[in-house]
Design a protein around this ligand. Structure first.
Ligand code: NI
Length: 170
């Protein structure tokens, strides 16, 4: 297993709509495992393949950040099939370092996808877990959480990050 590089806001892959996984081959399994390790090491509670520069519909979620193996969810081609209510809560993103903002998300969702064995998974999620799924599935649509803020706020954040990230590059 390997820790992969997480790309940051401004990288074109983060703005692309990711392609469905057609075949769960060894490459996909390895990518998923590396994503889990990358997410845990970051540390983060969710990661989407575009964040490691792979434009594929694959996400990993683990609210326990590696503490409880039964909480790890690897989902291929995830889809929100039902949503209910609204909840405002703070979000951050490994691709948008240092920014935390309140985002409105469904309070409860039903999400459907496949595990690494190709078995269908249907999950009911609420509160933080629902939020993480919505956030990660947004990544597959080429959308960051800051794209859900007001245009002014988004503009200010993007400008600030552009300056900070270019400073780091030297
Ligand atoms: Ni994110």
């Amino acid at each position: 297993m390997a820790v992969l590089e997480i790309i940051k806001v401004g990288h074109p892959t983060l703005e692309q709509k990711a392609l469905p996984v057609e075949n769960i081959n060894s490459e996909i399994v390895e990518l998923a495992k590396n994503m889990v390790e990358t997410m845990h090491q970051a540390p983060g509670i969710g990661l989407a393949a575009p964040q490691v520069n792979r434009s594929l519909r694959l996400i990993t979620v683990d609210l326990s950040v590696g503490e409880h193996p039964d909480q790890l969810i690897i989902m291929i081609n995830p889809e929100i099939v039902d949503r209910e209510g609204e909840l405002l809560g703070e979000e951050g993103c490994l691709s948008v370092p240092g920014i935390y903002e309140n985002v409105l998300r469904p309070a409860r969702i039903q999400v459907r996808g496949y595990d690494l064995d190709g078995r269908e998974i249907v999950l009911e999620a609420e509160d933080l877990l629902a939020r993480v799924f919505c956030h990660e599935i947004d990544h597959l649509e080429g959308k960051l959480f800051i794209d859900r803020l007001s245009p002014l706020k988004r503009h200010l954040i993007r400008n600030r990050l552009k300056k900070e990230l270019s400073k780091k590059k030297g």
